[in-house]
Design a protein around this ligand. Structure first.
Ligand SMILES: *Cc1c(COP(=O)(O)O)cnc(C)c1O
Length: 236
């Protein structure tokens, strides 16, 4: 057992619990994703040892090296942009793709899943910050335009929405972005058939996860606060 990691995890869980309590939620509703990008496989093993089971990577090739023999109880999410030329590898490796932001990618993924007879959970990514550097659908209307066709892709199971909060120290602006995503999930629920299990609202990272939990996140994605600083920002 990695005691540094265990200690950090204990503090993080306490902060999640406090944030959940502030908004009248159960902290057991909040799942914690360990974002292991740029960190070595040993970190993944340490995180597993500390009891974490949900992992996120933003690059397919890097994830393939690190997670080649992923145990069945680990849930691996792709959280970075998916290029269609990586769709085949992604189809085989991940159980969730959280960063779908166009039909083109969704179709490519669906095509690659078919021969594997594998279903993939997906989240649609919405850009709630208006920052051009971020991926994701620019507006909910753009997302809605693709929705009908997205729902017809048989191997993709739409589970909810994902966003990256604005890069700012202004907590009010961050909160507004997260609140917007939650409202968008409600809108999405009204637009989808009842058998569509829209149960996932993925928002909140090391710097803003408490605000996200207060605003209804049930999947938060933590890298730095768990594993320390990443060496290079290029990999983000
Ligand atoms: C890197 C990354 C994270 C984790 O960021 P930290 O600030 O290190 O917690 C979460 N979500 C996405 C999409 C990322 O790319």
């Amino acid at each position: 057992m990695d005691t540094v990691l265990a200690g950090r995890l204990g503090e993080i869980r306490a902060r999640i619990q406090a944030a959940a309590a502030r908004s009248g939620r159960e902290s057991s509703d909040v799942r914690l994703m360990a974002v292991t990008k740029t960190h070595p496989r040993e970190m993944v093993l340490a995180a597993r040892g500390a009891g974490l089971r949900v992992f996120g990577e933003n690059r397919v090739a890097e994830a393939a090296e690190k997670y080649m023999d992923t145990p069945a109880d680990a849930e691996l999410h792709l959280i970075g942009h998916l290029q269609t030329n990586k769709a085949k590898q992604a189809a085989a490796l991940f159980s969730w793709v959280d960063s779908i932001d166009c039909l083109h990618t969704a179709r490519a993924l669906n095509t690659r899943l078919a021969p594997l007879q594998k279903d993939m959970n997906i989240l649609l990514e919405l850009n709630t910050s208006g920052e051009d550097s971020k991926s994701g659908y620019r507006t909910f209307d753009d997302l809605e335009t693709d929705l009908e066709e997205m729902l017809l892709l048989p191997r993709l199971k739409l589970r909810g929405l994902m966003t990256v909060g604005p890069l700012t120290g202004d907590a009010g602006q961050i909160r507004a972005a997260f609140r917007h995503l939650r409202i968008c999930l409600d809108r999405l629920r009204r637009l989808t058939p009842a058998d569509c299990r829209l149960d996932t609202l993925s928002m909140g990272m090391s710097g803003d996860f408490e605000i996200a939990v207060e605003e209804g996140a049930n999947l938060i994605r933590l890298g730095t606060i768990l594993f320390g600083k990443r060496e290079s920002r290029c990999a983000e």
